[in-house]
Design a binder for this molecule. Structure first.
Ligand code: NAD
Length: 267
């Protein structure tokens, strides 16, 4: 597959950053991963190495392919080095607006004027974050899912001002990484988080009302509706705090329908 450009920078080497870096290297991008923490870079690098070993053990990659992927990845605490010559920058640092604004202002001074600028935010406003850039319409959301190497979707989040060429470029990057993409207009929770929050909240209401046990609600959704995981299994994975924070955010922005179930708040 032809790549829209050769080189990507991934900002943040954490849960999402190292997964995005893995997918980028698998897609053929020369990828530089930037993090403020050397320990996080080392963990990210180890994470990628163990993913590669697993793929080799399962014979989904041969040793030469794994080595080639590893060679495409560089790890650095120098932001300038990471974005230098990059055709695209994907940011995956913690979900704090002030931190992201500061980082994007620095990227704006260092990155090429033509580079694709994408944030992996789960819920923050793209427009608000884009205020850090000289040309705010450049910033697009690329919402990857955890674990990135296995999850096939990327939600491309655009605003009313996003040029079509930027949406196309983000879709081409996702496709090169082997992902399907959908285009979503900026709105709280995009498509997936919004639907998922409602299902998760409803599951807590059913538990509180004594309709069924957590285990049976999980089984019902898995076997009856073909969900790969039950809502309680999922909340164990993402954490009760995260689930509550997402619902509170959606409740604030979208109204009563998203008011967190009292049992979830209690837990
Ligand atoms: P994480 O905490 O695992 O990783 C964040 C990394 O960013 C850490 O390695 C940290 O050292 C680094 N960092 C902190 N400040 C930095 C800075 N100023 N510059 C560079 N690096 C910095 O977080 P995560 O779970 O990977 O989440 C990253 C983003 O992805 C968030 O916006 C989150 O909302 C989003 N997201 C997370 C998930 C998920 O399931 N974890 C899913 C989709 C989207």
């Amino acid at each position: 597959m032809s790549l829209p450009f050769d080189r990507l920078a991934v900002l943040g080497a954490g849960t999402m950053g190292h997964g995005i870096a893995y997918a980028a290297a698998a897609g053929g991008f020369e990828t530089r991963v930037y993090d403020v923490s050397r320990a996080a870079l080392a963990r990210g690098q180890e994470g990628v190495a163990s993913l590669l070993e697993r793929e080799v053990a399962r014979e989904r990659l041969d040793r030469a392919q794994a080595n080639a992927m590893r060679a495409r990845l560089g790890w650095t605490t120098d932001l300038g080095e990471a974005v230098d010559g990059a055709g695209g920058v994907i940011e995956a640092v913690p979900e704090q607006m002030a931190l992201k604004l500061d980082l994007w202002a620095r990227v704006d001074r260092l990155a090429s004027r033509e580079a694709l600028l994408a944030t992996n935010t789960s819920a923050l406003s793209i427009s608000e974050m884009a205020a850090a850039l000289a040309s705010p319409a450049r910033l697009v959301g690329m919402h990857f899912f955890n674990p990135v190497p296995r999850m096939r979707l990327v939600e491309i989040v655009r605003t009313h001002d996003t040029p079509e060429a930027i949406v196309t470029s983000a879709a081409a990057v996702a496709s090169a990484m082997g992902k399907e993409s959908v285009v979503v207009l900026e709105s709280p929770g995009f498509v997936t988080t919004r639907v998922n929050a409602l299902i998760g909240n409803e599951a807590f209401y059913m538990l509180a009302e004594g309709i069924a046990s957590a285990r049976d609600i999980d089984t019902a959704l898995k076997l009856g509706l073909n969900h790969p995981m039950g809502p309680f299994e999922l909340v164990d994975l993402v954490g009760l705090d995260t689930r509550l924070a997402v619902l509170q955010h959606l409740h604030e922005r979208l109204g009563e329908k998203y008011r967190p179930c009292p049992l979830l708040v209690e837990y």
